[in-house]
Ligand binder design. Structure first.
Ligand SMILES: [Zn+2]
Length: 455
């Protein structure tokens, strides 16, 4: 007596319409069994791919058959049973050893004869070829996209995958939220958790509606995709996506993140620490808090003292109370300040320089675009060397990444020049404005303002 197990499978990744749903497979098999007068022991269903090993229900089928509870399988099509070489081989082997007496498929002819087994083996081989080919096609598609500078993945937050053109476009609403987040974080006052809450407030969350993981937020803030760099499988490509985060803003955010990863110790606990060395012996300055208690009047009061660490030699310097340190610093800042009339003259001079720079800028841009052309030529030669197998794959990838990064940096420089002229002008302007403000800061009443200067 031949007893059949009816096995139905459809995995979620099978998009082909010709694969029936599990319910329809059951219907078809029932009808087929009645027509062919087959005895079915049980129906087992599974929603897993047969491309890789490890299908628990399929294992159960094999076990039931090995235990003798059944000795044949009924399935809609052989590709429901196996799409990898191991499972296919197993089925043929069980037929060879007599554990399986029969296989039946409404859509595929099979007889337990040498001829039938031969046909089945070929069919299994075909499915494997189809699967391999599919993943090869995906890889080819990815390479093609990368060559065009398109990320072959889910679009990062603020972008969307355009389904028709298969490109990545700016999501007009979400990109505004992402940009706001970069701006917010660049102010330096928000934590990663604050940012995650901000995202949630504007509807960017996990699928469940919960706040984004902190790691996800960090990945967003450090994703170089926002400045035009695609990192795919460890290789770097030049993206062609439209950018909505200015590179300077992105750079600012990276600096804040780095500073938080490696906080300068104690800098925050004592305002003036790390600014000065002992004038007498050159040792570092340390600070400490002294508690004093005035039981009847002011209660507990903390006093901060700075002193020389005296690590090298005997040094005659004494403790200095924080207020006195501040006075000394104010005097220094006052000395470094720039009179307003001077500042005006300097800024005027700077304006003239700027006009001149603009003219120079154009020649700089020409130079940079020449350099970029040279890099492109190098990339071409590198690729040729790689294709001719003169260059190792590893070296090719490393060199290619270096060149592409260099190219992106040059392009960034070009845009920044055409937008704001040379960098030194901005730095100089900042310096003049700071020096002009120094007088005000030195006289300001607010305690510890000096520290805000980041001297
Ligand atoms: Zn000293």
């Amino acid at each position: 007596m031949i007893k059949y197990i009816a096995y139905c499978r459809k995995s979620t990744d099978e998009k082909e319409k010709q694969v029936l749903s599990i319910e329809s497979q059951i219907e078809e098999l029932k009808e087929f069994a009645t027509k062919e007068k087959l005895q079915i022991v049980c129906f087992l269903t599974e929603s897993r791919t047969a491309k890789s090993l490890g299908r628990p229900v399929f294992e159960e089928v094999i076990q039931k058959i090995e235990k003798g509870e059944a000795n044949a399988i009924l399935s809609w099509h052989p590709d429901r049973l196996a799409r990898n070489s191991v499972d296919g081989g197993k089925i043929v082997y069980l037929l060879d050893t007599g554990k399986f007496l029969d296989l039946k498929f409404p859509t595929f002819w099979f007889d337990n004869t040498p001829q039938g087994k031969f046909m089945l083996s070929i069919a299994f081989g075909q499915f494997k070829y189809y699967v391999d080919n599919l993943s090869e096609n995906v890889k080819r598609g990815n390479r093609q996209k990368l060559r065009k500078g398109i990320l072959p993945n889910k679009a990062p937050y603020g972008y969307l995958n355009e389904p028709r053109l298969r490109t990545i476009e700016v999501d007009s609403a979400k990109s505004k939220i992402v940009k706001k987040v970069f701006e917010l974080f660049a102010e330096g006052e928000s934590s990663i958790a604050d940012i995650s809450r901000f995202f949630q407030k504007f509807g960017i969350t996990r699928y469940s509606g919960k706040m984004l993981h902190l790691d996800t937020v960090k990945r967003i803030l450090t994703n170089k995709f926002y400045i035009g760099i695609i990192n795919f499988g460890g290789e770097i490509y030049e993206g062609t996506q439209e950018l909505f985060i200015p590179p300077e803003l992105f750079g600012k955010v990276q600096k804040i993140l780095e500073a938080r990863e490696h906080p300068k110790p104690r800098r925050n606990s004592f305002t003036f620490l790390g600014l000065a060395k002992c004038a007498e012996c050159g040792c570092s300055i340390t600070a400490e808090v002294k508690h004093k208690c005035y039981p009847t009047t002011r209660g507990n009061v903390d006093y901060i003292y700075y002193r020389c660490t005296k690590k090298k030699t005997d040094c005659s310097q004494n403790y200095l109370q924080e207020e006195l340190v501040e006075q000394q610093l104010r005097a220094i800042v006052e000395k470094a300040s720039l009179p307003a009339s001077w500042a005006k003259l300097w800024l005027e001079r700077l304006d003239k320089e700027e006009t001149k720079e603009k003219e120079n800028g154009e020649s700089q841009i020409t130079r940079f675009s020449l350099e970029i052309q040279q890099i492109d030529q190098k990339l071409d030669r590198l690729l040729e060397g790689y294709l001719d197998q003169i260059v190792d794959p590893q070296i090719y990838q490393q060199k290619k990444n270096e060149l592409v990064e260099l190219k992106i940096k040059l392009k960034e420089k070009m845009t920044s020049i055409s937008k704001n002229g040379s960098e030194w002008l901005g730095l100089m302007r900042e310096f003049i404005e700071l020096a002009a403000a120094a007088a005000k800061i030195a006289r300001a009443k607010h305690n510890k303002l000096v520290a805000k200067l980041n001297l």
